[in-house]
Design a protein around this ligand. Sequence first.
Ligand code: BYC
Length: 309
Amino acid sequence: MSETQLEQDFQNKIDSGEVIEPKDWMPERYRKQLIRMMSQHAHSEVVGMLPEGNWITRAPSLARKAILLAKVQDEAGHGLYIYSATETLGIDRQEMNNQLHSGKAKYSSIFNYPTLTWADMGSIGWLVDGAAIVNQTALAKCSYGPYARAMVRICKEENFHNKQGYQLLAYLMRGTKEQQEMAQESMNRWWWPSLMMFGPSDTNSPNSGELMRWKVKLHSNDNLRQRFIDRTVPQAEAIGLTIPDPNLKWNETTRHYDHSDIDWAEFQNVIAGNGPCNRDRIRARVKADSDGLWVREAAASYAKKHFPN
Ligand code: BYC
């Protein structure tokens, strides 16, 4: 069968809603796009452990510490599911890590911001995991089976993350004046970077057209961002937090919130490697990789000896 015919059949499968599995024929470009996007996602989960891990030893109570520990461990698990799902496309984990360390592969811009106060644990759970849920609920219906299935479980866990973050902030908002100010100050810092998680605006998103044609992405970046804003504003109001956007306003005609423009120069700067924590994050991951080398070598040697085939 000719390449053109194979591509046509592939597109027909996608159009009729069939799921693509690892052994199915797929265009090389589909494979490459998935590897790019899924490895970026897996790296985000693992790098995302760093800003929250920073607060485990400083959690204000045993219960908060147990919750934070469980959340950070969940993120490690998410990274592992997605790395495994990405390996079904013919790339191995070490190669993905090498791409992260060399800067070839990205990870979410959001994790290049520092966690300065305890309230940031609330903002990450509520806003960052909240944004991730909106994005990942759509990805759970994407055309690539292993990715879609990983998303189903991940979304369940992200819901717990989201709720614990919101509850943490709600608790601070019922507390002292200082606690309320800490929560608001944290919200002020995390709101705009959370909106940037959805990627550039639709008119400036080079990968969206292809990914939507292949139903990897089911909704555009702006569409998902708007969904996140619409569901988050009433939650902020309910606990007395103010969204740091003077132009935020409910629009009766569109039935969505209008908002100010996003500072895309800041976004581009962060994804180019110049955010507040980019260098620290990569340094931490390179160190973890080299510190863990002896474990990987020992495991490989054990496997070779005991399971030669
Ligand atoms: N950060 O054409 P576009 C979590 C890049 S972690 C960095 O729109 P696409 C959590 C993009 O890669 C959840 N880079 O791209 C963990 C592309 O550059 P390259 C993370 C970004 O792929 C721990 C260029 O900009 N979720 O939940 O169509 C604790 C042009 O963009 C970003 C995922 O990774 C960004 N924000 O759409 C708590 C979801 N945005 O690669 C929570 C999976 C764009 O060509 N990924 N870029 O050099 C996606 O859904 C899509 O890849 C994106 C971007 C919507 C992010």
